[in-house]
Design a protein. Structure first.
Length: 132
């Protein structure tokens, strides 16, 4: 056909493929929740601070939208991106569950939690060091 013989004179080294996206590719999502105030309001989601990959999210409810934005810019399936959910021990568990819900609603299913801290409970003290 004649269309197959039409030669293109457009540059081969530029175009849409060379365009840079404004966001960095995501290989891991880290959600950190810390308590910000003595009083925590579970209805208005206030009293906690949320960060994704080190960036503070203005409101807890904004976490859902930020995860949706990140999902839209992914080059791989959301289920393959690890999401580490880390909350301080004084954060009400309700916020941890809501963050988990927001991740699942955005199809992130590879959820990880940090390892618990090592405690010295149940270990016997070595008394041989005390005797001389």
């Amino acid at each position: 056909s004649p269309e197959s013989r039409i030669e293109s004179h457009l540059p081969k080294d530029s175009g849409l493929s060379q365009a840079k996206s404004e966001e960095e590719p995501v290989d891991k999502i880290e959600i950190k929740i810390t308590r910000e105030a003595d009083e925590v309001d579970l209805v208005n989601f206030s009293g906690v601070k949320v960060r994704i990959n080190g960036t503070t999210i203005p409101t807890f409810s904004g976490l859902k939208n930020r995860l949706a934005d990140m999902r839209a810019n992914l080059k791989i399936a959301p289920a393959k991106v690890p999401v580490e959910l880390n909350a301080d021990e004084d954060v009400p568990f309700y916020f941890v569950l809501k963050a988990l819900d927001y991740a699942k609603l955005n199809e992130f299913s590879f959820i990880k939690y940090p390892a618990p801290p090592l405690l010295n409970w149940g270990k016997k003290k070595d008394r041989r060091k005390d005797k001389k």
